[in-house]
Every structure is written in C-alpha cells, then in structure tokens.
Design a protein around this ligand. Structure first.
Ligand code: ADP
Ligand code: MG
Length: 762
C-alpha cells in the first residue's frame, strides 16, 4: 500500500544508498525494477560500512602504561595493515622491537595473534588451600628473594610471596640464575607449578610464571589467554598491547555478510576477536574459537575451490548399461555395495563433459583396482585409450596382472611400460600405443617418458598419487583426460576434504566378503623368542613371513642408519632362526630395480622370511605371506602399522600380525592397543590424529597444509563440511567473488593467500 518508496521512507531510514537507488521506483518499468531490487538486496547483504568510529568507549584508558601516551585518537581498522613501526597507534616505543621476534610486524598481525592456550584464573586459590603434590596456579606479591648455590653447583632461586589473605609461599626455580635480576619485592607474580608442603611452609616448584605488572589486571581474576611469547617478553606485555589495540579499534568490520553469520550461528568477527584474546566466559571463548576456525576453513576451501578450474573440459563418455553388464559378467566375483556406489559416482563424472578429478579412497584390499577396471572398460568402449600409472615397477606389474585378468577376456589390449623392459620391447610397446593398438597402458614413470605418446588418452588412473611430482602428473594429463586418483592411505574424511579439497571424494568403506581378519597381538619384547618360534611353525606349514623393523637409534650419539638396523636384524635372525629358514633383506638404500627383484623373489617363494624396513610397498599382494612381525612397533604411527598389517591376510590362509613393543609404558600399550582392537583404517587414522594431538599436526602443515592456526583436522569435521558447503554456495552465486557483498571477503582471501603456495593437483 502506497508503494515500496513509501515503505522505504520509514524502514529504509538507515540505508541511504538503498533509498537513493529506489528513488522514482514507481515510475520504472518492471525490468528496471527487477534490476534495482537485485542491486538493493546486494547492498543490504554487504557488511555494514565501517562507521566513522568514535571508537568504542575507549578501554585504553583502563590500562596504564608508562611508555605509551594514553591517547584515545581513534584508530580505524583500515589502518590495521600499517606496521607497528609507523606508530599510527602508540603501543609503546619498544613495541615494534619487542614484538618482532613473534613475527608480528603490523597491527593486523597482532590482532590475529591468538593465545596458544588459556588458563582459568577467575578464582585462584589462596595459599592455605593448596594441597601437597597438586599442580596449581596462584597469584601473590613478592616480599623478598634469595639465590643460593647447592653443593652440586646448581643455582636455586627463591621468591617469597604473600597472597591477599596474608598467606605465605615460597616459589622455587632451579638453575635459572638470571631470574634474580627480574624479581623484585612489590611485584605481583602469577606462578604455576607443583606444590610441596613442609609443615606450615608451602613451596611451589615453578614450571611457568608471569610477572603481572598490570594495574588493571588482564592477567588474573579472569580466563587468561597465554601467548607464545619469547624470553624477555612478558605475557602481560603482549596482553596489554593487544588490549590497547582492541580498545582503540571501533567495531572491526566483518568480512562475512550478516546473513551468513546468522545462518551459521557464528559470532561476528569483532566479538570473536575480542573474546579470543580476553574471554568473558567459557561459552564465549568456545563461540569465538568456532567463528575463527570457521573462517580458517572457509578461506582454505575458497582458495582450493577457486584454484580448481571447473570450466576445464575433460572427456564425455557414454556409459552403456550393456557394457557394465558385460564387465560384471566377466568378473570372478560380484562387486560389493560400496564398490558399486563409488563406480556410480565415477561413471557420473565420466558421463559429464567436465573433467573428472576424483579421489578413490579405500583401505588396502578393498577392491579399488576392480572399480578402476570398470571405468577403464567404459573409456575403452568409447574408443579412448586409458592409462594406469603406479609409483613402482612391482605395483605396476601387479596392477597389470590384475587388469588383464579382468579386461583381456573383454577384448581390451593391455601393455606394460616399465623401465626394466628391454629396448626393443619398449620400442614396440611405444609403437603399438601411438598406433592405437593398445587400449590400456599400465606402467611406472616409464609411461611419461620421452617418446611415449597416446593417440587419444581418455582416462588416466593414478595410484598413490602423492608419490608423483606435479610435473610428472602434468605430462600424463596434457590431453585433459578424466582423472581418477587411487589411494589406500586412510585419510580421515575431514583431512581428505581439506587436503584434497579440489578432488571429489569416493570412499570404499566395505571389504569384499569372506576376508579373514588378521589376528593382531601386542607382545612385549621379553617374548620375542616365542614370536620367532611361532613364525617358524608357520613357515614349516609353507607360509611366508614379513619382519619389519624401524630405524633404531643405537645410542644418543650414534644414530644407526636404516641399512644398518635392518642388516643387524638380519644377522640377529640368522642366529635366532633354524638354519633351514631362508632369509631375504630389503632396505631403503637399495635401488628401485634391486628392491623389485627382492620382492619378486619373495613372491616366487625363493625365501621364507623377508626382513625389511618400511619400504615394502603399500599395494604389494603376496597371498602366501600370512605373518607380519613388527619390531619396535611403538616407533610407528598407527596408520603406518595398519598399512603394514594390510600386507597379510590377502589369501586364504589364516593371518597374523604381531606387534613387538620395545617400550612397555602405559601410553605405548594404550596406543598400540588401538591396532589390536580396530580393523577399520579410517577409524585408526582418526585415533592416530587424536592421540598424536594437534602439536604434531604442524608436521602436516609443513608438508603442504596451508596454515591452520586454530583449526584441528582431527576434530573439526563438522566445521570443515559446513564451511565447504558455504564456500561452494558463495562461488556458485558469484564465481569470482565480485559482488559488493563479497568485497571484504575477497580482500581477506587475498590477504590470507599471500603466504600460502597453492597445492597443484592437476
Ligand atoms: P585394492 O587395490 O583396493 O588394494 P584390489 O582391487 O587389489 O584392492 O583387490 C584386492 C583383492 O580382492 C583382489 O585379489 C581382488 O581380486 C579381490 N576383490 C576385489 N573386489 C572383490 C569383490 N567384490 N569380491 C571378492 N573379491 C574381490
Ligand atoms: Mg590394489
């Protein structure tokens, strides 16, 4: 009633730009109206323009800091990228120099320098309440200090503290002589450590402490963030700097549209940043972390998705039911439900004009090769050639044998391309390939060597792709074939989504029927003799045995090389096993062909027991080998143990995996028992990530994981999936993020991408 313009006079009051856009709306044609409305909605979606902020009630004033003037000059978030040296906001003359070692150069760096952990200091106990042997954090004022030298030459520093109730406590530090110079009577300190009571005396042996020189305390009486700070820089200093910055900033503009923030139940960025540095409650902190993690994952997924060229055309195959039926009929078994499901996903991609980029993940022995064979058959029926590239000769040969078994009866011409083939053989294979006589080429790197040319490659299957370099993959993929990557490495779904964010994921989560599980036992090294007696009894039944040994550090000074540890094991065994037992040795210092030869001889049962470091291949399939012994099992990751176990249990024989633990600690037992109890590689991988904890995820980061500061790949699956869903929606709506609502988002994305090198997949 009265029209949109009339309505805007009232409810549109705060949105001047929208009202301007809508001026004269009633007189416009329907087309122009539609366009105006669309633009108005975009404007409304955009994050609120930054208010020319008077600054929020300037909290700077709460904090006294001698070397900084308490100026309340507003500091706009547009200036966050200024360097600390610019002194746009004065954090103290020393700030640039003091904060530089933490990698903090700009105000933005400081704003996003999150605490690495938190301590609940809302109610610190008074000294009288401390109990023997507990670990506690207390606050007190120094009344005196003393340094003494023990008879053994150790310097012991003591500070005498008094709490608010007049209670007394002695804080003790060992061997930190420099401390004496930084502890003064009158200082308030917050100390954490173990309590020792000697009658009325309470002693605390200090593990961690802070000098609390805040007048308005940021360091006690609240949940306190603890920063990764270097020596010579106090926690309180960092806190104060961040506090001053936050106080000077007006509302920090959000890079996410308000509607998204609401729909996903997120905290606005401004609140999240304030809360992450100075939590007001546990719930507030949790919400803040959730928001900031969400952002990390969102930008990660956006980068990955943007980097993926969705316009890239691959091949378009016609998938005929009759072809699939013929393939199924020639298989010696029926595909499992999981195999059928992933095959449908693959064929769906192959039928579309877009280039397929799919990761087929399945535990060892889950039947990936059979699925790949079906896809290959479809490609070949469409008149294309197919290739399967494996990282080693032994794997290539094994795939080749499997694939001809499935595909030769269907009239598919296969050829094997490996480096060790004779030169004439190689030339002839190349000629057949370029003349299109070959439908399927299986091989190693030899497939992408000079002179190997496909006539029309339609489908490329890559096994264990992480072992190939970008260049190598590129060469195989130059004709834009559809690509299927197979991996047996069980990667938790959350990790796969992120690490392989630009590949679609298919998972075979079911083993073919009738698999006998591998009986897994954890034994201590005291029973090693029994283990080898058992191995010998299996060998006498005609079975074969793998023995895997990790690198062993002989002594602190002398790290034994891989070759030495395996060789030593080999020698030990010669003494331990009956003479009739034939032994073989495999280690990482052998060349590829040497390794392949050992494996080939083992396959032919030319010896019974293979001593090896971890180089035995992931996909190696020797059904007669039914016992896997792993020495010093505690030195392996759980996923790695699971992979190793997958080498056995591949034939009709009852199979065994024996983990010999050289370390009998509870923790080791607990960790290894995961392998004893679980058979699902994905569950194990997840437990592995959990047990190793986020600390070791840094390793993941170094190996190409873009930097996740807060995000935890082992736990944040839900957030990862939600952020990925949002990233996809955003890009579907606006493929280049050009709309007004995305302006800040795009800037933030650019900022965060600067440091991170993209992982190239295809
Ligand atoms: P992966 O490549 O995933 O390790 P493979 O494709 O090599 O697994 O399959 C392992 C073994 O299981 C092979 O010997 C294969 O013949 C067999 N196999 C595969 N799928 C089935 C199935 N659906 N039913 C029975 N056996 C199967
Ligand atoms: Mg396989």
């Amino acid at each position: 009633m009265g029209g949109l313009e009339k309505l805007l006079e009232t409810v549109g009051q705060p949105f001047a730009d929208v009202r301007e856009l809508m001026a004269g709306y009633g007189a416009l044609s329907p087309e122009v109206r539609a366009e105006r409305i669309a633009r108005a909605l975009e404007l409304l979606e955009a994050p609120a323009p930054e208010a020319p902020s008077p600054g929020r009630a300037v909290r700077v004033a709460e904090v006294l800091d001698e070397d900084a003037e308490t100026s309340s000059a507003p500091f706009s978030s547009a200036e966050l990228d200024a360097t600390l040296e610019s002194r746009r906001l004065d954090l103290g003359a020393q700030a640039p120099k003091k904060l530089a070692p933490l990698g903090l150069k700009t105000y933005r760096d400081l704003l996003f320098y999150y605490p690495k952990r938190y301590e609940d200091r809302r109610a610190l106990p008074h000294f009288g309440a401390l109990r023997e042997q507990e670990s506690a954090t207390v606050v007190g004022t120094i009344t005196g200090r003393k340094a003494t030298k023990s008879r053994s030459g150790m310097v012991v520093t003591r500070a005498f503290l008094e709490d608010a109730h007049g209670g007394r406590l002695t804080a003790v530090w060992f061997n930190q002589p420099w401390l004496e110079k930084s502890l003064f009577p009158g200082q308030r300190v917050i100390v954490t450590g173990k309590v020792k009571r000697r009658g009325r005396l309470v002693e605390l042996s200090v593990a961690h402490f802070e000098i609390d020189d805040d007048s308005e305390s940021l360091s006690a009486g609240r949940i306190v963030g603890v920063y990764a700070a270097t020596q010579g820089l106090s926690q309180a200093y960092v806190r104060r700097a961040v506090h001053r910055l936050l106080g000077a900033l007006g509302v920090i503009p959000d890079h996410l549209p308000r509607s998204v923030v609401e729909r996903f139940g997120l905290l606005p960025l401004d609140a999240a940043l304030r809360e992450v540095h100075f939590p007001t409650s546990e719930e507030g902190l949790a919400a803040a972390l959730r928001r900031l993690k969400f952002d990390e994952f969102l930008f990660l997924e956006l980068r990955v998705l943007l980097n993926r060229d969705t316009t890239l055309l691959g091949k378009r195959f016609t998938v005929k039911r009759s072809d699939l039926e013929r393939f199924a009929a020639s298989l010696p078994f029926a595909l499992t439900g999981a195999q059928r499901r992933v095959l449908d996903e693959i064929l769906g991609d192959m039928a579309a004009p877009k280039q397929m980029a799919r990761l087929l993940q399945g535990d060892v022995g889950s039947g990936k090769t059979a699925v790949a064979a079906a896809a290959i058959y479809v490609a070949v029926q469409n008149g294309y050639q197919a290739a399967l590239m494996a990282p080693t000769e032994i794997l290539a040969r094994q795939h080749y044998l499997n694939l001809i078994q499935y595909l030769y009866p269907l009239g598919v011409e296969c050829d094997l391309f490996i480096g060790s083939a004779g030169s004439r053989e190689r030339r002839e294979a190349r000629e057949r390939l370029s003349a299109s006589q070959t439908d399927l080429a299986v091989g190693t790197h030899a497939l992408i060597q000079e002179g190997v040319t496909f006539r029309n490659l339609g489908l490329a299957v890559i096994d264990e792709e992480h072992r190939f370099g970008v260049e190598q993959r590129r060469r195989l993929l130059s004709g834009n074939p559809d690509v299927l990557v197979m991996s047996a490495t069980p990667i938790p779904r959350s990790l796969a989504l992120t690490y392989y964010g630009d590949l679609e994921l298919s998972v075979i989560d079911e083993l073919p029927p009738g698999r006998k599980g591998v009986q897994t036992r954890l034994v201590s090294d005291a029973r090693r003799r029994d283990v080898y007696r058992f191995a010998w009894s299996e060998i006498k039944k005609g079975r074969q045995v793998y023995l895997v040994t990790p690198l062993i550090e002989e002594s602190e000074a002398e790290v034994m090389s891989e070759i030495v540890s395996a060789t030593k094991m080999f020698e030990d065994l010669q003494a331990l096993m009956p003479e009739a037992c034939r032994l073989g040795l495999l280690h990482g210092k052998m060349t590829g062909p040497e390794k392949d030869e050992v494996m080939e001889r083992f396959r032919r049962h030319e010896f019974d027991l293979l001593v090896s470091t971890t180089v035995i291949e992931v996909g190696v399939d020797i059904p007669n080998a039914s016992v896997m012994i792993i020495e010093n099992a505690e030195r392996f990751g759980l996923s790695q143990l699971h992979q190793l176990r997958g080498r056995v249990g591949r034939g009709e024989h009852e199979s065994f995996c024996i983990l010999v633990a050289g370390d009998r600690s509870k923790r080791t037992q607990h960790r290894l028992s995961v392998i004893e109890k679980h058979t699902d590689g994905f569950v194990i991988a997840e437990k592995d990530l959990e047990l190793r904890g986020p600390g070791e995820l840094k390793g993941t980061r170094q190996s190409g994981m873009p930097d996740l500061v807060l995000g935890d790949l082992s736990k944040d699956t839900e957030l990862i999936e939600r952020s990925r869903e949002l990233a996809k929606k955003m890009l579907a709506a606006d493929p280049k993020l050009e709309a007004p609502w995305a302006t800040r988002l795009r800037e933030e994305l650019k900022r965060r991408s600067r440091a991170v090198a993209f992982r190239e997949i295809i």
